[in-house]
Structure formats: C-alpha cells, structure tokens
Design a protein around this ligand. Structure first.
Ligand code: TUI
Length: 312
C-alpha cells in the first residue's frame, strides 16, 4: 500500500505524515526512534531537561534511526531554551518543533543551519507570524490536546489556519485513529501530530500507572487545570487534578499556591506514577486509547483506516 503523499511527506522525506508530539518528560529516544523507524516523525522533548541529557538523547536517536529524520521539540517557557536552540544546530538535528511561545528570535539561525522549523501554534495570528518569520510548516494545535493548550478547537482552528497561510499545516489535538487523520485532511491539513495515543506505545517509557490511567480513561476523564495561572494544562482527571481545578474555581487556591503545589508534578507523574502529587497530562481523546502496542502497529493501523476512508 502506498501511503498518503503530502507536502509534509515530501518536505521531510517520511512515509507517513504523522508527528509524535514532543511531550515534556515523556518523549525520549526510545519512543522517538520507534516512530521515525516506523515511517513517521519521532520527536524528542526538550522540556526543561539538562543539555547534556538532551545531547545524549539526540545521539541515541540518531544511532537508532540512521538516515531517517527525527525532531526535537523546544518548550519556549523552559529556562534551557537558549542552550537547546544552540544544541540542535551543533548536533545537526533535522527538524525542530516549538511550543508554548514565539520562536522568532531563533528562526534565522535555525534556517541558516538547514533545520526544518515547525512551530506549534494555537491561533491564526501566530501562524501568520511564523510563516513570515520563515517557518516551513505549522502545527495547529486545538484545545483537545494534552498539556499546555490554547482556547480554539481543532475543528475550528485547522481550517482557519489552512486558509490563512501558504505553508503546510499539521493538525493536532484529539486525533488518535484513522478517522481523526481523514477528518484532519478534510479540513485541509497535510499531516497530523499525535500525542496521547503514543502514551500507550510499548516504547513509551512512562510509569505503568500513567499508562493504565490513559488506557482506562473514559471520554469525560480529562480536566483542565492552571487556568488561573495563565498556563492551562489538560490532564487525566485524578483526585489531585480535581482538587487543583476546584481550588482555582472557588478561589481557595491562589495562582502562587498553585505553582508551588504543581512544581515538579510532571516528573512525579511520568517517573514515579505518583497519584497524590503528579500531573498526568493527556488529551481529551484518551477515552479512545485502549491498547498498549508497538508504535509501528499504531501508525500502520491508523493510516490503513485513514486511506480507506479517504479512498486514496
Ligand atoms: O507546548 C505545548 N504543550 C505543552 S508544553 C508543556 S510543559 C509545561 N510546563 C509548565 C507549564 C506549561 C507547560 C506541556 N504541554 N503545546 C504547544 C502549544 N503552544 N500550545 C499552546 C502554545 C502556544 C501558546 C502561546 C504557542 C505560542 C504562544 O505564543 C504566545 C506568544 O508569545 O505570542
């Protein structure tokens, strides 16, 4: 079967137009290399990890994928963003995605180094700005996504971004099967980014408790916390997440106290499976993720279904 060809498969030289989200603390070399080796674009999360750790992650991924492309996500709110922006150039990383901010100040150096730059954006205005700054494509991320989110939904955001820019658009937020991929293509996207489904990949090294929460989640089991701080994040609706959201709503939890309680909570979820103090980020589509399996099987199944629906 020939896979769907788009400007994204051509730009990056990949078989399937699918990115694995660069999820902070989660997306390390085993997951990224499994996705790239399966014909998608695996992405290592920069998060707020130390530079030496990330250099090692990049080298391990390179060794595992050979000449296949992979990416690094730079979370722009991270204190290490400047150093990581240099590291991706030094290490010859082929693709950079960015999140949680405007990567404008790094664009010229990345383009000069031949890096394909694909910012994640939550609005038309930012998509246009990124196009003007020289982005090769954008990921239009709807509020259905896990983690740090904007306000607009994937269904509304993607076609508006497609209309506003000439560069290719990758849809993200709420996509976990071939129907989501086919729907994204109908909205004008030329690729998809998937995060939550890959949490259940065999190669994803999160704590077993985290995987179990995602696999057992129902349609209504995600909740947004952090609205009071200006950094809303979608999580699995654990007791801890409900306590945070309720405290924000009734005013008993100040933004300062919120920041204090959630400091380190991503690490506590991913590494320790700590249900009392961990933030288990996940998208609103978690209810549809029910099986732990290799990333390759996920990708092949999703595209088989998408291609059948799209009638090629
Ligand atoms: O970045 C994400 N998702 C994330 S980052 C993350 S780690 C984190 N840790 C602590 C606090 C917050 C996050 C977990 N999940 N997705 C991409 C994304 N980017 N979503 C929204 C945005 C965004 C928001 C504002 C991109 C640009 C932007 O620009 C504002 C500006 O500077 O103009």
């Amino acid at each position: 079967m020939t896979a769907v060809k788009t400007r994204i498969t051509e730009l990056l030289g990949i078989k399937y137009p699918i990115f694995q989200g660069g999820m902070a603390w989660i997306a390390e070399h085993t997951l990224a290399s499994a996705v790239s080796n399966a014909g998608g674009l695996g992405i290592i999360a920069g998060g707020s990890a130390p530079i030496d750790y990330l250099r090692d992650q990049i080298r391990q991924t390179k060794a595992a994928v050979g000449d296949k492309p992979f990416g690094v996500n730079i979370m722009l709110m991270s204190p290490n963003a400047d150093d990581l922006a240099k590291l991706v150039i030094e290490e010859g990383v082929p693709v950079v995605t960015t999140g949680a901010g405007n990567p404008g100040k790094y664009m010229a150096a990345w383009k000069e180094a031949g890096i394909k730059v694909i910012p994640v954006i939550p609005s038309v205005a930012l998509a246009k700005r990124m196009e003007r700054a020289g982005a090769d494509a954008v990921v239009a991320e709807g509020t259905e996504s896990g983690g740090h989110i904007g306000e607009n939904t994937t269904m509304c955001l993607v076609p508006q971004v497609v209309d506003a820019v000439e560069i290719p658009v990758i849809a993200a937020g709420g996509i976990a099967d071939g129907r989501g991929i086919a729907a994204s293509f109908m909205l004008g996207a030329e690729g998809v980014q998937v995060g939550t489904r890959f949490l259940a990949a065999e190669e994803c090294q999160i704590h077993p408790t985290y995987k179990e929460l995602v696999v057992k989640a129902k349609d209504t089991d995600s909740i947004v916390t952090g609205r009071s701080t200006g950094h809303p994040c979608r999580n699995v609706k654990t007791k801890f997440a409900k306590m945070l959201a309720n405290g924000e709503k009734d005013g008993s939890l100040t933004p300062e106290k919120f920041e204090e309680i959630t400091l380190g909570s991503l690490r506590k979820a991913v590494q320790d499976g700590n249900l009392e103090e961990g933030s288990f980020l996940c998208g609103a589509i978690a209810g549809m993720v029910t099986k732990i399996e290799p990333a390759k099987d996920m990708i092949e199944e999703m595209f088989k279904q998408a291609e059948e629906l799209l009638g090629k």
